[in-house]
Write a protein that binds this ligand. Structure first.
Ligand SMILES: CC(C)(COP(=O)(O)OP(=O)(O)OC[C@H]1O[C@@H](n2cnc3c(N)ncnc32)[C@H](O)[C@@H]1OP(=O)(O)O)[C@@H](O)C(=O)NCCC(=O)NCCS
Length: 166
């Protein structure tokens, strides 16, 4: 069994949704969300190229989503369909003060739903070997480890490749 793998089963199959009864709305990313997304990106990842958000908004708007709490952007997920049958989660982040409240899970569930609506039959992602929290979240959703890509990140850290059937 993959470390951190849960026996809770797949949330997507309709179980364990009580933790999501909060006012979080997951909606498509809008141009006005850019500043907030960049702030979160800076806080969480140290800041990447803002052009990534613009490109996702323009080319993958269906799977470029934010978590909105009464007008505050608390997190985002960037996904795209990279083959006719597979979606890829490119980026997921929740503002530190909003973590551990189910927002990352909500964002993931919605981006996976968008992949399914686009006809994808599976989803893939990469995650740092050191990022146990994200790995645990992905395992809970049904992702399983497919392999390891050494020195995947610019700092030399390896990535775990994970995949799930939709
Ligand atoms: C990874 C990340 C996106 C997770 O977001 P999150 O909103 O904290 O995730 P969730 O709240 O949905 O789940 C996290 C934990 O909170 C728990 N949780 C979920 N809803 C909860 C609730 N209502 N109350 C208490 N705990 C809850 C989950 O069970 C989960 O527990 P675990 O850590 O033991 O697995 C976030 O930590 C983050 O942005 N990290 C930095 C960036 C990053 O690593 N991104 C992923 C790159 S691949």
């Amino acid at each position: 069994m993959w470390p951190g793998e849960r026996t809770r089963g797949r949330i997507m199959d309709g179980m364990d949704t009580s933790i999501f009864n909060d006012p979080v709305v997951v909606r498509k990313f809008l141009p006005d969300d850019l500043q907030a997304a960049l702030e979160i990106d800076r806080e969480v990842f140290g800041g990447y190229n803002p052009a990534i958000f613009t490109a996702f908004y323009e080319y993958h708007s269906v799977s470029t989503l934010v978590a909105d709490l009464g007008g505050t952007v608390a997190g985002f997920v960037l996904g795209f369909k990279h083959t006719p049958f597979e979606g890829r989660v490119f980026w997921l982040a929740v503002r530190p003060g909003f973590q551990n409240r189910g927002i990352g899970t909500r964002l993931m569930l919605e981006v996976l739903r968008s992949f399914r609506q686009m006809g994808a039959m599976s989803a893939t992602l990469e995650v740092r070997v050191s990022n146990k929290k994200a790995q645990s979240l992905y395992s809970m959703l049904g992702f399983r480890m497919m392999g390891i890509c050494p020195a995947y990140y610019t700092d030399g850290e390896a990535a775990i490749i994970m995949r799930m059937r939709l």
